[in-house]
Design a protein around this ligand. Structure first.
Ligand SMILES: Cc1cc2nc3c(=O)[nH]c(=O)nc-3n(C[C@H](O)[C@H](O)[C@H](O)COP(=O)(O)OP(=O)(O)OC[C@H]3O[C@@H](n4cnc5c(N)ncnc54)[C@H](O)[C@@H]3O)c2cc1C
Length: 484
């Protein structure tokens, strides 16, 4: 005898789960949402907003981005290694999703780029504190309120444990643990898994990606996101597809430093590896996924961004070249103070030296090569960058001590992928056959990037979460109606 009975159980209350629950309830289904934490919102509470293609904001801002353009960009970027039908459905729905969210009280600042070369697809949620991290928590609040208004029963501190199937292999329930730690069974006809991936599970990350958390991978680890849903799906017979890190380069100890330090050191400065060699046109550093990938392919998975005092002074006088939407204050006037603070607090990723040789010694970079690279680079500043063709506007010589370097390491937002789904967000077995009544959405099922996050269309992972959540909700609601 089950403890509860409903038509659809949504496992988790991040944006994917919340959207799934709201959509299914709007479509007439009885829904119970179980969430492991004491609050809903998941990783998205730290983010700023989802992608949309062809939204009214883009039209108003006269940005010409269509589903056709975005889909072609996306499929070329991923070398057609991902499901184009799912991508098309996601992109096609994304503009209407913005209005669907607005109807429940979410407001948007507009459509933004993440960096100069990206497209303005990032729909940043409006807050009472202006643009900045955590803006999307306002979206989650509105989704939660809408779910409650629609009668969704939300059970917090209730982690899902297992998908139950009947003798025909159809989903018939979900096993969970309630607030008191008691095992409970919720009978249902459909379950939607949306537990946000495994960013806080170093073991799974190591097994699936080879990276070691804290050693050569410095991703966000949102408590509770340990891959429960991925494991539940695999145990229920769903096909295992690769779990990847949604990579974004990390600057060691960045969170403890004044923003001026990363503001300066994440500019397209001279970038070298431990051999003292450049590895890329540093303008591409703004695409933090590319930077993380580049760092991943170096000795000890390390790169160093280097500036001298004259470049620091230039940034102080003229402002930085590239402004980050995440570090919303581009001011760098307290850079020197920030560096001192970093030294005093024992920050291990920041180095200051009175000569290039000393910088090499402190960082472990090959000294002869670094001296040679700086000489060559300074020559390019007077002519052209023959090595990586960096644009003239970013070329500034390193001539004046002290010199500053920051270690750049692979990082990421969390994991993406693991559960095979089709365009209807049905969870599928090895033969690509849907497991009747089982759906997945969000990071657990986000198999859409191949090996690298698509930052050229920013807002993509939250965009996938909200839209795949809606798709799973609609499809599950239709499924349970047909079953009755
Ligand atoms: C700092 C930061 C900033 C970001 N900014 C952006 C951005 O601006 N735009 C963007 O596109 N993406 C952004 N992302 C990524 C984005 O937040 C995620 O892609 C998105 O939150 C995924 O949604 P989700 O619902 O799948 O998972 P999550 O939001 O992680 O939610 C998962 C939920 O599952 C719950 N859970 C886990 N296990 C269980 C269980 N067994 N039973 C019940 N519940 C469970 C968790 O407690 C959590 O509430 C950011 C990520 C981080 C870390």
């Amino acid at each position: 005898m089950a403890d509860y009975e409903t038509q659809i159980v949504v496992i988790a209350g991040g944006p994917a789960g919340l959207c799934a629950a709201v959509q299914a309830a709007e479509d007439g289904a009885d829904v119970i949402l179980i969430e492991k934490n004491a609050a809903v919102g998941g990783a998205a509470n730290m983010g700023m907003g989802p992608l949309a293609i062809g939204s009214k904001y883009q039209k108003r801002q006269m940005y010409d981005i269509t589903v056709e353009k975005a889909l072609n960009m996306f499929m070329e970027y991923t070398h057609y290694n991902v499901d184009a039908r799912l991508m098309k459905r996601y992109f096609e729905q994304s503009a209407e999703t913005i209005e669907w969210l607005e109807d429940m009280g979410v407001e948007f600042e507009g459509a933004y780029k993440y960096f100069t070369k990206s497209e303005p697809t990032w729909h940043i949620v409006k807050t009472d504190q202006g643009i900045g991290p955590r803006a999307a928590s306002f979206m989650n609040k509105a989704l939660f309120a809408r779910a409650q208004e629609l009668g969704v029963k939300v059970m917090l501190e209730t982690p899902g444990k297992k998908i139950l199937k009947d003798e025909n292999g159809h989903v018939c329930g979900v096993l969970a643990t309630d607030k008191e730690g008691k095992e409970i069974t919720i009978a249902c006809k459909a379950a939607i898994i949306a537990t946000g991936g495994a960013g806080a599970n170093p073991k799974l990350i190591k097994e699936e990606t080879g990276y070691e958390f804290g050693k050569d991978m410095f991703n966000f680890a949102i408590p509770g996101n340990v891959g429960d849903g991925i494991r539940m799906a695999w145990e229920a017979g769903v096909d295992h597809v690769p779990v990847r890190i949604e990579q974004a380069a990390n600057f060691e100890g960045i969170d403890e430093l004044p923003q001026s330090v990363p503001n300066v050191l994440m500019q397209p400065n001279l970038l070298v590896n431990l051999f003292g060699k450049r590895v890329m046109d540093e303008e591409q550093m703004q695409n933090t996924t590319f930077l993380s990938n580049a760092a991943s392919h170096q000795k000890e998975r390390k790169l160093f961004s280097i500036v001298d005092s004259s470049i620091v002074k230039y940034y102080m006088r003229n402002g930085v070249d590239e402004i980050s939407m995440v570090r919303t204050n581009p001011d760098v006037s307290d850079f020197i103070e920030g560096v001192k603070q970093a030294e005093e607090s024992g920050n291990k990723g920041l180095y200051v030296a009175d000569s290039i040789e000393e910088l090499a010694e402190k960082t472990g970079i090959d000294a002869d090569n670094l001296v040679e690279t700086v000489e060559e680079y300074n020559d390019y500043c007077d002519s052209t960058d023959e090595e990586f063709f960096k644009r003239k506007k970013y070329l500034r010589p390193l001539v004046k001590a002290p010199y500053y370097a920051a270690a750049i390491r692979p990082g990421g937002y969390g994991t993406v992928g693991g559960i095979r789904i089709n365009e209807n967000c049905e969870a599928c077995d090895k033969d690509f056959e849907p497991i009747p009544g089982l759906y997945a959405a969000g990071a657990d099922a986000c198999n859409i990037y191949d090996d690298s996050y698509m930052f050229l269309l920013p807002g993509n992972s939250m965009g996938f979460a909200v839209n795949s959540g809606r798709i799973a909700g609609m499809e599950a609601a239709e499924f349970v109606e047909d079953e009755d």
